[in-house]
Design a protein. Sequence first.
Lengths: 112, 114
Amino acid sequence: SQQGEEDPQALSIQEGENATMNCSYKTSINNLQWYRQNSGRGLVHLILIRSNEREKHSGRLRVTLDTSKKSSSLLITASRAADTASYFCATDVPYNTDKLIFGTGTRLQVFP
Amino acid sequence: GAGVSQTPSNKVTEKGKYVELRCDPISGHTALYWYRQSLGQGPEFLIYFQGTGAADDSGLPNDRFFAVRPEGSVSTLKIQRTERGDSAVYLCASSPTGANYGYTFGSGTRLTVV
C-alpha cells in the first residue's frame, strides 16, 4: 500500500521556472525523504528531512515539512532540462519496522 | 562495492518458470530492501533484511516469492511458478542501518513474464 500521495501527478514547465511538488502522508513519521527516478530504473536519494525540522535546503532544492498537516513540498528552483524525471516522497513507518513507504510520484517535464 | 549492483538488468522468462534476481549491496550496509515497481507507480515494498535475517517480509505478495541473504551481504529474490502479473522492475536498495538514512538503489531488474 502507498503511504504518500504526490500532487500533481504530472507537471510540465519551461527551463528556468520553478517546480513545486507536494506530498501528503497518512501516519506519524520520524523522517520524510525525496527521491528522483530517471527512465523508470534506480532511484536517487535527494534529501531527508526529520520530523522536528520544518525546512531543508540542498543546492537548488528546498523541502518543507508540515507535520500538523502531514504534508511536504519539494521546490526545484531555476529548473533545467536535466531535472526531467519522476519524483517520489517516502516516509518511514514508526513502530512498524524500519522501512520506507513510497508515494505515487510526480512526473516532471522541463522543456528547453 | 561503490554502489548497489543488480543482476541481471533484464530477464525474460516463460510463465511457470523459476527465476532468481541478485542484489549486491554497498559493503558494510546492514539494511537491504527489495521493492517492486509497476509502470507509472511508486516502488512497492516487498521485504527488508537487517543483517542475515528478514526483519519484515510483509510485502511479499504470496508464497511464490522468497528472498535470502545468507551471509549478510548479497541477497537473492526467488520467484517460483512465475505469472504474467509478476512482470515489473524489481529494485534493491541498501542503507547503513535502516530508514533513518537515505537508501542507495540499484538500477533494477526488469522482469518480463511471457
